[in-house]
Every structure is written in structure tokens, then in C-alpha cells.
Design a protein around this ligand. Structure first.
Ligand code: NAD
Length: 321
């Protein structure tokens, strides 16, 4: 058995690479044809019911407007209910036939049950659930993290909030053959320094929804959005030292990002990244992960903290020795 494992370890990587190289050109043509086919047969969401969490600002607000332009009925959820009325008015003016607003905290499971139930009681159905509500937490190096309880809220909102809302929505989405859209982050693929728990929450959410996609089969569609850096309240709220780092990266616009996400969801895409340029780093991540770490550190770490972050990055190797 050990010999078989050793043979697989030795032979499988080059064989797999060879097969990948051979299949690459036809698979790209196939992907292109599928993209054209899906673009021609986009889902018409007019009069369908879309529930969006974290809809009071930023990407969630823009997703609401994009669905409104397509004639969808909206259930807008946010912890800041007072900010939802204006979003609701604008969504109606853009073409949504009916909008309801619900104040709720996605980190509380009973709130998740309540807003799903209230949506279905009001509209009679649920077609798309957009898990968008998210927080980033205070930027800090892992080494300087004194009390992790300060960061459990990030996991509660970003991960458990999306999980709980989805679990309560599944029975309704199965009836409508609906779709879950989850707003993860490009940080799930390319973690940035200083926001380790945020990166982890987004990595976890990608894994959770990839698992659900396999389990649900064709019963429920799953679109995983991994936005790059987008100008919103979340990015502006970040502390000064992190803003210094963020200035080096060009931020995308929330409206462009919202539009790309809804477009992809209606096309039935598995993934969407907007701005899309970070996708160019994927091959580097696979073949030269140390280069990606170095680039993320160089571009994103605040200059004052660079040496501290480098020390953290080499710590595991030192321990192994
Ligand atoms: P934002 O702060 O403008 O929007 C987040 C919304 O979520 C706010 O309206 C906020 O009130 C709401 N919210 C926060 N905690 C909540 C809770 N417990 N219950 C209910 N609502 C809650 O920020 P944004 O950038 O638009 O973020 C939206 C999503 O996009 C988040 O999941 C974020 O992680 C993700 N994202 C943002 C960026 C970016 O660069 N802005 C990049 C990648 C991913």
C-alpha cells in the first residue's frame, strides 16, 4: 500500500500536468461556448423574490438596485433598518414592483429564521438569497492579537450569518429551484496581511458553499462572488494604517461590482470576481505561492508594519526547525 502511495506521489503530478496541458485548449473552447449559451439563456428575475442581507449600503445596496432594474421583488435586510427606507424608495423608482425592509442581525440564528419566514410570508416564495452582510474587524497582526474574542463577531457575521440564513432558506429555494449568492472576498484566495480572521471567514464561506453546491446538485444554484477591493463603507471604516496600505491598490466601484454579481447570478455562473484582475494571480498561487505572499505583503502591508509582518510570515518555518 505504501509503495502504491509513493508511486502515485511520484507519477501523478507530472501525468496530471500533462493531461491538463492537453485538455486546456478544448476545455477553454467548451467554456467559451457554455458562457455564450448561458448569456443567451439568462434567468429572467422579473417578479421573482430576492432577499439581500446587508442591503443598507455598499455592494448589497447596489445589488438591490441591479435586481430592481430587472423587475425583481425585494426583501432588504440590515442591522441598520433606519438606512433601508431610502434604499427601498430608490429600488422602487428603478423598477422593483414591491419591496419590504427588515431590521435583523445576521449573527443571531433566530433573526435569520425570522427574516426568511417574514419574506416568504409576505411574498409567498423565495427565489434568490444574497448573503452579503459582512464586517472586517480591526486590522492587526496575528502576533499583536491579544484577545481573540474581539474578532469572533467577524466569524459570527461573515460565516455563521450566511450559513444560518441559507439553512433556513433551503426548503423555500428547493421549491423555486432558486439560487444562493454569497459575497465572499478575493481574500479567500489571496489573504492580505492584518485581517487574518476576515480572510479566514471568507475562506470558510467559500468552502462551505462549494460543499453545498455538490450536495444540492441541480436543486439549488450557488454563485460565489469574490470581490476585490471595492470602495464602500467597509473599506473606508478600516483604520488609518490599513488605509495607507489600501491606497496602493486601485479600488473598484460598488455599482460595477453589484452589476457584475447580479449578471453572473442570472447567468448561473459558479464564481464571479470583480474587479477581475486578481484572477491573473491564480496560476502564480498554484506554482509560486511564495511570490503571491511577497506581492500581497509588498502591495498591501502598511510601510510601518512591513518588518513585523515579514517576521510573522517566517515564524512557522522557524518553529518547524
Ligand atoms: P458595507 O459596510 O458598505 O456593507 C455591509 C452591510 O452589512 C452594511 O449595511 C451593514 O450595516 C450590514 N451589516 C453588518 N453587520 C450586520 C449584521 N450583523 N446583520 C445584518 N447586517 C449587517 O461593506 P461592503 O463592502 O459593501 O460589504 C458587503 C460584503 O462584501 C461584505 O460581506 C464584505 O466582506 C464583502 N466584500 C467587500 C469588499 C470591499 O472591498 N468592500 C471586498 C470583498 C468582499
Amino acid at each position: 500500500m505504501d509503495a502504491i502511495t509513493k508511486l502515485l506521489d511520484f507519477a501523478l503530478p507530472p501525468l496530471s500536468l500533462l493531461l491538463f496541458t492537453i485538455l486546456m485548449p478544448p476545455s477553454l473552447i467548451f467554456k467559451l461556448l457554455m458562457h455564450v449559451r448561458k448569456s443567451l439563456r439568462k434567468e429572467n428575475v422579473a417578479n421573482k423574490v430576492v432577499l439581500i442581507t446587508g442591503a443598507a449600503s455598499g455592494i448589497g445596496e447596489q445589488i438591490a438596485y441591479e435586481y430592481a432594474r430587472r423587475g425583481a421583488k425585494l426583501s432588504l435586510v440590515d442591522i441598520r433598518k433606519e438606512n433601508l427606507a431610502a434604499v427601498s424608495d430608490k429600488a422602487r423608482s428603478l423598477g422593483s414592483p414591491d419591496v419590504t425592509i427588515i431590521g435583523a442581525d445576521v449573527s443571531k440564528p433566530h433573526d435569520c429564521k425570522r427574516f426568511v419566514d417574514e419574506t416568504v410570508n409576505y411574498f409567498g416564495r423565495l427565489d434568490h438569497l444574497v448573503n452579503n452582510a459582512g464586517i472586517s474587524g480591526r486590522p492587526v497582526t496575528v502576533e499583536n492579537m491579544r484577545d481573540v474574542s474581539e474578532y469572533t463577531a467577524v466569524m459570527d457575521v461573515n460565516f455563521w450569518g450566511a450559513v444560518n440564513a441559507t439553512i433556513y432558506a433551503i426548503p423555500h429555494l428547493k421549491i423555486s429551484k432558486g439560487r444562493v449568492i454569497v459575497i465572499a472576498s478575493v481574500c479567500a484566495w489571496f489573504p492580505l496581511p492584518l485581517i487574518s480572521i476576515y480572510n479566514a471567514s471568507k475562506g470558510a464561506i467559500v468552502n462551505f458553499f462549494e460543499t453545498l453546491r455538490m450536495e444540492a446538485g441541480s436543486g439549488i444554484g450557488i454563485t460565489i462572488a469574490t470581490p476585490g477591493l471595492v470602495k464602500t463603507e467597509l473599506t473606508l471604516r478600516a483604520k488609518c494604517e490599513f488605509q495607507d496600505a489600501m491606497r496602493r491598490v486601485r479600488m473598484g466601484s460598488a455599482s460595477e461590482c453589484g452589476k457584475a454579481i447580479v449578471e453572473s447570478a442570472c447567468r448561473g455562473d459558479m464564481y464571479v470576481t470583480d474587479p477581475s484582475w486578481p484572477k491573473a494571480l491564480f496560476p502564480w498561487k498554484v506554482f509560486h505561492p511564495q511570490f503571491v505572499d511577497w506581492a500581497c505583503n509588498l502591495i498591501c502591508a502598511p510601510s510601518s508594519n512591513k518588518s513585523a509582518i515579514k517576521t510573522n510570515l517566517v515564524m512557522p518555518q522557524h518553529k518547524a526547525e
